[in-house]
Design a protein around this ligand. Structure first.
Ligand code: ADP
Ligand code: MG
Length: 323
């Protein structure tokens, strides 16, 4: 690595002033030295964003800095973990300082908000911009929210309003028109997803299973169903649609978007009947909505029904509704 790249690391990554007491040695040596809290489980996750695959190469770098970390923190949230540390592997076609500065602004603004310290990484030259973050957090033993705990009779819930990022993406491809008053909102939902960390921690001991929605609610709930060996019945009329989504698409298209578009980073989780009152009391303090959308069934598979009990056909799951 060249001297100028060392100075880039110093200037942009090592200079940041957030210092957690559990970091004995941060950026600057061959490795970081970290002190996990006694008696806690270390929770580790990694996600990569590749230019022209996960984001437009010309996208706002500040938003990319936010999103590269947010998608990882969302994984920690889905496990009920408290975040602590992150490492960053950055591959760039060229060392564009303006880009790096803005990327760091977005990254560190989110990191600081959740007391996450960047403790190391790697910086390389390569043909396409690739952003890989590994995030680390803690959870008390036995209290992580997993995919395999859902039981028949458990309620199925979702945070926030799924489908907003999908709406913004469809608009970016010229396949949907967002109502003018919803444009900034939808774009924010795509570019600045808010990891549901407080909600994930609050769901410890409450939820029987949880996942974050990155590939579409129906598909990601499917992972819970598969791992838990159960099915689910979703009442599509219960799906919480944002005003922007509801006003921009006709009802059927809005429901399909809420069910089958990606990049939402909301939590989908299940709660046993005896803990529903507990959920309702903790969810009162949340900044986002928390909506019951269905129930876990013993019969495997995902059934989508309307209020009158008739089937809602999601014929184009995995297929672009706007294509
Ligand atoms: P090495 O040659 O031992 O891999 P590097 O020269 O790659 O070390 O990195 C020097 C220091 O800078 C290390 O502490 C490393 O973790 C840190 N670092 C390098 N790139 C990044 C980055 N993109 N983000 C955060 N820390 C980084
Ligand atoms: Mg290195």
């Amino acid at each position: 690595m060249s001297a100028s790249e060392f100075s880039l690391i110093d200037r942009y990554f090592a200079a940041h002033d957030l210092h957690r007491p559990d970091v004995a040695l941060g950026i600057g040596d061959d490795c970081a030295l970290l002190v996990p809290p006694a008696g806690q489980q270390l929770v580790v996750t990694m996600d990569t964003l590749v230019a022209d695959v996960h984001f437009f190469a010309a996208a706002d770098p500040e938003g990319l800095g936010h999103k590269a970390l947010a998608v990882n923190l969302s994984d920690l949230a889905s496990m009920g973990a408290t975040p602590a540390w992150a490492t960053l592997a950055l591959t760039l076609p060229k060392a564009n300082e303006d880009w790096l500065e803005r990327f760091c602004r977005g990254l560190f603004a989110l990191a600081d908000r959740y007391d996450v310290q960047l403790v190391g990484g790697d910086t390389t030259h390569g043909p396409v911009t690739t952003l890989t973050i590994q995030a680390h957090g803690f959870v008390p033993p036995g209290s992580a929210l997993r995919r395999d705990g859902a039981q028949p009779g458990d309620g199925v819930y979702v945070t926030g309003t799924p489908g907003d990022a999908g709406l913004a993406l469809a608009a970016a491809y010229g396949k949907a028109l967002v109502v003018p008053e919803g444009r900034v909102y939808a774009q924010q939902r795509l570019e600045r997803p808010e990891p549901r960390l407080a909600e994930g921690v609050a769901l410890r001991g409450v939820a029987s299973a949880a996942i974050d929605i990155s590939d579409g609610l129906a598909q990601d709930l499917g992972h819970i169903l598969e791992r838990s060996g159960v099915g689910a019945r979703l009442e599509v009329e219960r799906l919480p649609l944002s005003p922007a989504l509801a006003a921009s698409l006709d009802w059927d298209a809005a429901i399909v978007t809420a069910l089958a578009s990606g990049d939402d980073y909301e939590l989908c989780f299940t709660v046993p009947p005896e803990r529903v009152a507990w959920l309702e009391s903790v969810a009162r303090g949340w900044e986002c909505r928390c909506t019951r959308i269905g129930v876990i069934t013993a019969e495997p598979g995902l059934r989508l029904v309307r209020a009158d009990g008739s089937a809602f056909r999601l014929e184009r799951l995995g297929y672009d509704h706007f294509g």
